[in-house]
Design a protein around this ligand. Sequence first.
Ligand SMILES: C[S@@+](CC[C@H](N)C(=O)[O-])C[C@H]1O[C@@H](n2cnc3c(N)ncnc32)[C@H](O)[C@@H]1O
Length: 282
Amino acid sequence: MSVYANYDSISTNYDKNRKATSVEIYIGLILEHFRQQKNGNSVLRILDAGCGTGNYAEAFVDAKIGKLTLFDASEGMLDQARGKLAGAIKEGVIERVSQSYLPKIPADEASFDVIMFNQVLHHLPIDNDFQICKETIASAFKVLKPNGMIIINASPGEQHASHWYYSLFKKSREDFIKRHPSRDGLKKMMADAGFNNVRTIIPLDEYYWVNDDRYMNPEGPLDKAFRDGDSFWSTVDKEEFKQVMGKLKDMKNDGTLDKKFVNEMDNVRKNMGTHTLFYGFA
Ligand SMILES: C[S@@+](CC[C@H](N)C(=O)[O-])C[C@H]1O[C@@H](n2cnc3c(N)ncnc32)[C@H](O)[C@@H]1O
C-alpha cells in the first residue's frame, strides 16, 4: 500500500478531482506496436497495476481496447472501480479486479501483452535507492509476453511538484520531489529489468485533474475533498501546512485569493507538464 497516503479514506473523493489522462497516446502506442506483430489481431490482455478507482480501465473499455485485469492495494479504491466497471465485469471485458501489493504482481509469467502503472510508483518505499520500485519493474517484465509493452505514467523531478499550490510549500515541495526516481533513474530501472527501446513522452498540455474549474479553484486547498485529489497533501509538513492555510485564509479575507493569483502560480506546470509517459518492450 502507499507508504504515506490513506487511499481507503481518499477513495470517495478521488474521482471528484481526477480523470485518466493521455489515454489517446497510450492507445496510439499500443495499436501501433501490436499492429506490427504476427498475432496483431488477437485480443490484448492488459494489466492495470495500482488501478485506483479504475479510470484508465474505464477509458480502455470505452475505446474497446483489449481485456483488462486490475489490482490495487486499497479496497476503498477497488470498491469504486468495481462500481464504475460493473457492466464490463459482467460482460467479461474486465477479467479480474483484486487486492494485491506491489512489488508482487498477481499474474502468471508471460501472461499479459501490456502492463501499465499510472501514478503509482511514487507510493512505494524509496529505501535502498528505490529497491522496491526496481523489484516492481522487474516483476512487470516477468508477467509480460515476449515483445509485450510496459507504460509507466510518472512525474520525475520537478514535474512531481508542478501543480500551482506546490509553490506555497518550500520544504514539503522539496521533500516530495525526492520521493520520485529521476527520469534517467527510471529509464535505467526499465532497461536493467530487460525492457528494450525505452522512450518517454511528455504531454505538456495535459493534466490528470477533471477540469480547470476544479484544478484552478483558488480556495481548493482549503477543502479536504480538493486535497484528496493529490497525495502530496498527505506528506505536507504539519507546521508548514498550518502556516500556508493561515496565509490562504488571510488572502481569502482580503480578496487576493483569486484566479489571477492561481494563474501566476501555475506557470511551473505550464512549462514542464505534470507527467511523463515512459514506455518500453519486453
Ligand atoms: C494516485 S493513485 C493512481 C490510481 C490510478 N492508477 C489512476 O491513475 O487514477 C495511486 C494508487 O496506487 C495504489 N498503490 C499504492 N501503493 C501500492 C502498492 N504497494 N501496491 C498496489 N497498489 C498501490 C493506491 O492504493 C492508489 O490507488
